[in-house]
Design a protein around this ligand. Structure first.
Ligand code: C2O
Ligand code: CU
Ligand code: CU
Length: 499
């Protein structure tokens, strides 16, 4: 039994934990990490290559993605055994336009099965790359669909039930940027790697041999919390700023860590897009939470010659033992070094996209989801059980609550949703855009509206789950199908109906 399960079973809080003995008390007191001033910032931020593609016979843009084992040198000394896509760690950034047919040749060069899921993408369930679309060792899988959603920063990662945490921890993940004609006239910073910068933020724990360690905090509740932060696979990165404005595409690609981003001088920045695309208008802030799986696009203004660091600040929402899971940490993440003169201007457009518009829609069905004890509504994920079906063309409202003392979030495949209310009130500004993953603060009620547009399939489910990977692997996940008129919930291929 994991230690966190023991503590949970006895319902112990900090008092109980400290009472376990002076050893644990000292461990608790020492569990707060502060790396400010201790990170060397001596490596240029690595920028993932843009994936190359070819025009296929069908007219689709075809990308070849090879999943492979390898070794990566993160720091001086021994290399680390890792997995990557078209490389040894992480994968290339895929870019495609709305309206474009795309096709992927996903080749699994590992000696075990895995999958690749397109997180945030609206597409047929059979192309989703979830636990029912595994790719056996040595085999290829060729999903294809037409991009049919607004410009956004999406991503891809394995989704093999029970092994998602391990496969992602080894290094499998990458960004998937969708472009469209709405975003281009806005004149946002958009030169990839120059003023439009991907930042895949991950934490890792290294063992004495410089290998990735699946090290969970003593009495932690979330899974691995690493003490080293990597951005695009670079430890202690710096980025050379050459323009007045820089857009950062932030992805929390960590197994469990919650980031509370801000800059070392507390400067304000503009949040311009959330998971599903542009906000209606930029939101000025000096702090931003990002839980595992969430993305944010922010625009930051720089002055010539300055240096400033992106950090993660101590976070609320940790619950009784939050410190053990990193909530009290203060972490230096990336240093920005501005050149003596900077090009471009410093204005962020006042109007960006269209606000989510589901609030006034007729609601076909309401559902409620309670997340507790690594289950949803008291049930664990079962590959052969489709939990429910939704009707094509309808809008549903899902009310989601985190009903225990630990951090969870909630991710839904196939759709982007609108956060209608949090505890009955208007959501905070950073929750007012399209989302596919939302942090669930303990005890709060989140009402999420979503439209199921098309791609009916009574047998092939989409997933909804907590995106803290240890929880997801533990079964904090369920399955739904999108039904056409008259269709009934079926059974996933290769499965037998659950008794
Ligand atoms: Cu990012 Cu179901 O996944
Ligand atoms: Cu997903
Ligand atoms: Cu969770």
């Amino acid at each position: 039994m994991r230690r966190r399960t023991v503590l949970k079973a006895f319902g112990w809080g900090i008092g109980g934990a400290v009472a376990l003995g002076g050893g644990f008390g000292a461990y608790y007191l020492g569990a707060k990490r502060d790396t400010v001033g201790k990170v060397a910032f001596d490596a240029a931020l690595s920028i993932p290559a843009l994936a190359r593609s070819q025009r296929g016979a069908s007219g689709a843009r075809v990308f070849t993605l090879g999943i492979q084992p390898g070794e990566t040198r993160f720091k001086a000394g021994r290399a680390t055994r890792t997995w990557g896509v078209n490389g040894t760690y992480l994968g290339p950034t895929i870019r495609a336009r709305r309206g474009e047919p795309v096709e992927f040749v996903v080749h699994n060069g590992l000696d075990e099965e895995t999958s690749l899921h397109w997180h945030g993408m609206h597409l047929p369930a059979v192309m989703d790359g979830g636990p029912h679309q595994t790719v056996a060792a040595g085999q290829s899988w060729t999903p294809r669909w037409t991009i049919d959603q607004p410009a956004a920063t999406l991503w891809y990662h394995p989704h093999l039930h029970g092994s998602t945490a391990e496969h992602m921890y080894r290094g499998l993940a990458g960004l998937f940027i969708v472009d469209d004609e709405q975003v281009e006239p806005l004149n946002l910073p958009s030169e990839y790697g120059v003023d439009d910068v991907p930042m895949i933020v991950q934490d890792r724990a290294f063992d004495g041999d410089q290998q990735f360690a699946q090290r969970e905090p003593l009495a932690g509740s979330l899974g691995v919390i690493g003490d080293e932060i990597l951005v695009n696979g670079t430890i202690g990165p710096y980025f050379d700023v050459t323009t007045r404005l820089v857009r950062l595409r932030l992805l929390n690609g960590s197994p469990a860590r919650l980031y509370h981003f801000g800059f070392s001088d507390d400067r304000r920045f503009s949040l311009i897009a959330t998971d599903g695309g542009l906000l209606a208008a930029p939101w000025q802030t000096d702090r931003l939470y990002l839980s595992p799986g969430e993305r944010a696009e922010i625009v930051v203004a720089f002055e010539p010659g300055e240096r400033v660091e992106l950090r993660s600040y101590p976070a609320a929402h940790g619950g009784v033992l939050g410190r053990l899971d990193g909530f009290d940490d203060r972490l230096d993440i990336c240093q920005f070094r501005a050149a003596g003169s900077l090009s471009g201007d410093a204005a962020v457009p006042a109007v960006l996209g269209a606000a989510p518009d589901l609030a006034g829609e007729a609601v076909a069905q309401e559902r409620s989801f309670v997340l507790a004890s690594n289950q949803i509504n008291g049930r664990s994920m079962a590959m052969d059980r489709i939990d429910f079906g939704v009707r094509e063309g309808t809008v549903e409202v899902w009310e989601v609550t985190n009903d225990n003392g630990y951090l969870h979030n909630f991710h839904v495949h196939d759709v982007q949703f609108q956060v209608l209310t949090v505890d009955g009130g208007a959501p905070e500004p950073h929750l007012r855009g399209w989302k596919d993953t939302v942090l669930l603060v303990q005890g709060r009620r989140y009402r999420l509206a979503m439209r199921f547009r098309d791609h009916t399939d009574p047998n092939m489910p989409y997933m909804y789950h907590c995106h803290l990977l240890a929880h997801e692997d533990d079964g904090m996940m369920g399955q739904f199908v999108v039904l056409g008129a008259g269709e009934q919930v079926g059974v996933p291929p290769g499965q037998h109906r659950h008794p």
